[in-house]
Design a protein around this ligand. Structure first.
Ligand code: ADP
Ligand code: MG
Length: 232
């Protein structure tokens, strides 16, 4: 479903920075992939290109056989909303909305009526084990709870791909296990899961590990997931 061919991206500036270099990458529906690499190696840039949050310069990005290049913001948003859910290290929850309202937010933007979107949000909160917490605000929740809420928010649009940028970067080891377990369950339902991480214990839960180095794919290997709990 995802095909990159000789994809290049440079951040312009006084000293232009060539961050993605001739990336060739194919990811099929339902895969469970981690992207590792040192800080600055281009992981987030690659994820942002995959998520149509950022453009690229040369090469091709095909998503479901559609060429993703030079799209208007409106068109990019249509593809994103239809296909992709995002999970971020810093959760990106809205502080003045409770858990249910945060999860419901993508449906607000799709014009779904309040009662319906809140009901669906409760269903997704239940799925991540937090239904009882629906009325709590982000500052009343632990890091692990916040990340599970942000996963529920990603799922409510029924995406086919989830892109997670260091989803456990702000969590302790126990909570990391819980969050990765949840992402593994989501993948087991058929959603393509792509996780950027610099934690080996997290990558080892996935079925394919890609290493980026200075904007190149250094290695791309099948992994037999280690089902034991992670330890940082
Ligand atoms: P990673 O996620 O692997 O740490 P990034 O993709 O965030 O790497 O960044 C790759 C390189 O590009 C870094 O050197 C970073 O400083 C630079 N960079 C990231 N975003 C921008 C931007 N918007 N403009 C200019 N340079 C950027
Ligand atoms: Mg990054």
């Amino acid at each position: 479903m995802i095909h990159l061919e000789k994809l290049n991206k440079t951040y312009p500036g006084v000293q232009p920075l060539h961050v993605l270099k001739d990336i060739d990458l194919s990811i099929e529906q339902g895969e469970y992939v981690s992207i590792m690499g040192a800080s600055g190696s281009g992981k987030s840039t690659l994820l942002n290109v995959l998520g149509i949050l950022d453009d690229y310069d040369t090469g091709r990005y095909m998503l479901d056989d559609k060429l993703i290049a030079g799209l208007s913001e409106k068109k990019a948003a249509v593809y994103r909303n239809k296909m992709i859910g995002f999970v971020f290290q810093s959760f990106n929850l809205i502080s003045f909305k409770n858990a249910m309202e945060n999860v419901a937010l993508p449906l607000f933007y799709k014009g779904v009526a309040r009662k319906k979107r809140n009901q669906l949000a409760l269903d997704y909160l239940e799925k991540v084990g937090l239904k009882e917490w629906w009325h709590h605000y982000p500052n009343e929740l632990s890091g692990g709870q916040k990340q599970r809420i942000s996963i529920a928010r990603a799922l409510i649009s029924q995406p086919r791909i989830i892109l997670a940028d260091e989803p456990t970067g702000a969590l302790d080891s126990h909570t990391t296990d819980e969050v990765i377990q949840l992402l593994s369950e989501v993948n087991a339902e058929g959603i393509t899961m792509i996780i950027v991480t610099h934690e080996k214990s997290v990558a080892e839960k996935t079925k394919r590990i890609i290493h980026l180095k200075d904007g190149f794919i250094e290695s791309d290997t099948i992994n037999v997931p280690n089902l034991a709990t992670c330890s940082k």
